[in-house]
Design a protein around this ligand. Structure first.
Ligand code: GLN
Length: 294
């Protein structure tokens, strides 16, 4: 599998991400009896980047309600890249098409409960700690600061959406929370546990406690299938059939309904912006363990 890492490109538009090891490859499978089996660079820490969009979506719907969130963000796949701006005006009259592209994700983050940016971040950290079962979990300060400094596209998107009345909060504190959300830092096993919780109707693997309401866990997995892998979502639905979400760090979250949670990390990306080795690994895992939901 490591041979695949040589063919992709590590993301560089967030300067700190340049430092990622191009030959890193880690994978973890969180299985039914609460056991996490890891391979390769399974202890390596990485940032979630766009994988965090599914976590923020679940939390915003829990805090603000489905009607409020989907009054502002659509449910349709774009087939375009994550930074797409053009479609905002052309396709849907300023309503971002879905929560998995940046315009939608920024809007979703603005709907996480909390009065100030600090409150929202605390709320998000508490939620991710519950999802991973890791009380130490936090964000990578260097990556967050690096993204905030260079977030011109996201800043432009957020100001545009505020001008259109889609985002109601101040833009700079929102970007502060969003970049820290994207910089949430964890191992493959932490990530695999998130996949397991979403896969098991939102319940904690140890206590059975409902961390995420059942309809929210289902909705998150549906978005992962329809638009979690950007313009590679269709092909991956056919070739792997596992609800999955990628990030430019090279992270991939997989969530098999009633099955395993999957956490993959390998920084070199393919031309669609998804982890090259990660996508290949997901397809092979699906074939080997018969994981397709279709
Ligand atoms: N933090 C990144 C951004 O907003 C996430 C993008 C991604 O992972 N696709 O640009």
């Amino acid at each position: 599998m490591r041979a695949f890492t040589g063919e992709g490109e590590v993301a560089t538009y967030i300067p700190e991400l340049r430092r990622a090891a191009p030959d890193a490859l880690g994978c973890a499978l969180y299985t039914k009896n609460g056991i996490c089996i890891g391979f390769g660079d399974k202890e390596r820490m990485f940032t979630l980047q766009s994988v965090s969009k599914v976590v923020a979506l679940a939390l915003a719907v829990m805090d603000s309600g489905e009607d409020e969130v989907f009054g502002k963000v659509g449910m349709e796949p774009t087939g375009g890249p994550f930074y797409s701006m053009a479609r905002l005006e052309l396709m849907n009259r300023s309503k971002p098409l879905n929560p998995m592209i940046n315009a939608g994700a920024l809007t979703v983050t603005s709907m996480i409960g909390g009065r100030t940016a600090t409150d929202k971040l605390e709320r998000l950290l508490r939620f991710v700690r519950e999802l991973t079962g890791n009380e130490q979990l936090t964000y990578d300060r260097a990556v967050a600061a690096s993204e905030l400094e260079t977030a011109d596209h996201n800043r432009a998107l957020a100001y545009f959406l505020k001008g259109e009345g889609v985002i109601n909060s101040d833009v700079e504190p929102l970007l502060d929370v969003y970049t820290k959300q994207c910089a949430l830092s964890m191992t493959c096993c932490d990530l695999a546990r998130i996949g397991f919780v979403f896969g098991h109707e939102g319940r904690s693997p140890e206590t059975g406690e409902q961390i995420v309401p059942v309809p929210v866990a289902r909705m998150v997995k549906t978005f992962m299938v329809t638009c979690g892998m950007y313009n590679e979502s269709g092909e991956l639905a056919i070739k792997a059939g596992i609800p999955a979400k990628s990030g430019v760090s090279g992270a991939i979250l997989g969530s098999v309904p009633d099955g395993m949670g999957i956490g993959i990390y390998s920084p070199p990306l393919n031309e669609k912006g998804n982890s090259l080795a990660g996508v290949e690994l997901l397809k092979r895992l699906s074939r080997h363990f018969h994981l397709s939901i279709f």
